[in-house]
Design a protein around this ligand. Sequence first.
Ligand SMILES: Cc1cc2nc3c(=O)[nH]c(=O)nc-3n(C[C@H](O)[C@H](O)[C@H](O)COP(=O)(O)OP(=O)(O)OC[C@H]3O[C@@H](n4cnc5c(N)ncnc54)[C@H](O)[C@@H]3O)c2cc1C
Length: 519
Amino acid sequence: MDPARLLDRRGFLQLGAVAGAATGAVLLGGCVGRLPAPTTTTTTLGPPVPSDWQALAASLAGTLVLSTNPAWQLDRLLYNSKFDLHPLAIAYCSTPDDVARCLDFTASHGVALAARSGGHSYGGYSSAPGLVIDVSNMSSISVDSSANTAVVGAGAKLIDIYNAIGRHDRLLPGGSCPTVGIAGLALGGGVGVFGRKYGLTSDNIRRVRIVTPDARLITADASTHSDLLWACRGGGGGNFGVVTSFEFSVHPMPEVTLFTLQYPWDASATMLEAWQHWMNKAPDELWSNCLLLSEGTAGCLAQISGVFCGSTAELASLLAPLKSAIATEPSASFTGSNNYITAMEVEAGCSGLTIASCHLAPEGKLSRSAYSAKSSYVDEPMTSARIALVIEAVSNLQRSAPTIGGGLAFDAYGGAINRIANDATAFVHRDKLACIQATYSWSAYTPSPEITAGAAWLTWLADNVFNPATGAYQNYIDPTLDDWQSAYYGSNLEKLVKVKRKYDPDNLFNFAQSIPTSV
Ligand SMILES: Cc1cc2nc3c(=O)[nH]c(=O)nc-3n(C[C@H](O)[C@H](O)[C@H](O)COP(=O)(O)OP(=O)(O)OC[C@H]3O[C@@H](n4cnc5c(N)ncnc54)[C@H](O)[C@@H]3O)c2cc1C
């Protein structure tokens, strides 16, 4: 069986989506010409008029795309195609200086702003009614193998990072979706298949270069602005300034073995029960997730898949107790050794594509997707009654909205993630067995009552299955969550608010779920 079909995590968010290239618009060339370094001003110049925008464009090394430009139609899009957002302009910044000029402009003219890297914010928070400060042009990646570090531009996409770092026989732990931007991922955590072995992406940040709201480029590391470094390790994107680059720790590449086990739906409860106990005792080298999916008219799917840092033979002996606890023959299975880059391509759903194709259309071959999601956590193994409720929930989705895809993914935490104290970085979720993500996705052809049924399903899950006291993952940012401040940040909220007051006292980086300047 095609391992991509069995392993692709990105596909989890695209179960109902229809593939197809987005229509392209021609990008305009860069506007060159530089102004002296911007000075921060508290003077409000009033809303920008066309000549102000022209002056901004002329001052940038990168490109400014105004809403009057045909390219804007494509450039305004985020990954989630349910959003129809209308920024006044998108600035493709090529340098930290460009970012500073944009921040100076937005402050002077009272224009709302949002930073954008990969554009995958679940809440659409990388767009704003004013200026989108896009960092994709700052995407260079350099690796120092002897120091085991990598400097990565804030606009780099995950597939390019894995490819570039992998060529030096090193890896950076991170998420699976190839088109996710490093800035949003790393600032909010970054959970992935090497997380139990090497920690979250945010745990591996050594240094950030960031343009603060007062248009200063600063470096935050362990000795300078260490409070800001602390906040950038899990405090969430879009809160303290625009990061222009990261320095990460990278790790020697291990031997990698992938596996997938699919079970008949009748065995799903036993499978989940066995998985949670098995993962609880697993070595750091083993990461795994458990999927319970409604695949629309194809029925429901129960699947465990994972990545092991070690050989096929070692994995076989680790899988043996799991298989015997489930005590049902898998309906399909796959185990195979891979190198790191190939493994990440499989996880990304990019098997058989070139790295260049493994990007969003029109540059690459991947399509956007429309979806909604919610997250929660599992603190300790679930009771049989709770497991029965989880299974029933997926069957309910299948019954109530048979043409959309969706379900639940349990992603294992533990290992290196949980060994870090919950106040050592802004990422507080350090004592969890697993993160649960519930999602459903749809296409342009999905009848709207089915989309509504999916939304009702998510609400029902939040009220009846999830335990709000366990928190929620800030990178699965959820505009419908009431008590999001404590769900995302728990006991770290107060310190985050202090850092926010220090670096962004005027709350210029402000969206519906941004860190507030007071609690
Ligand atoms: C298909 C898919 C798969 C995913 N898989 C995983 C996964 O495996 N593991 C995981 O942990 N997460 C995963 N995620 C969630 C992902 O980590 C978040 O959506 C993340 O915020 C996306 O980052 P981005 O840069 O692409 O998004 P953006 O929308 O560009 O940014 C997200 C937030 O960060 C801010 N931001 C962007 N750039 C900057 C910057 N330079 N400086 C400061 N703030 C900035 C934005 O303003 C926004 O608030 C997935 C998401 C999707 C859609």
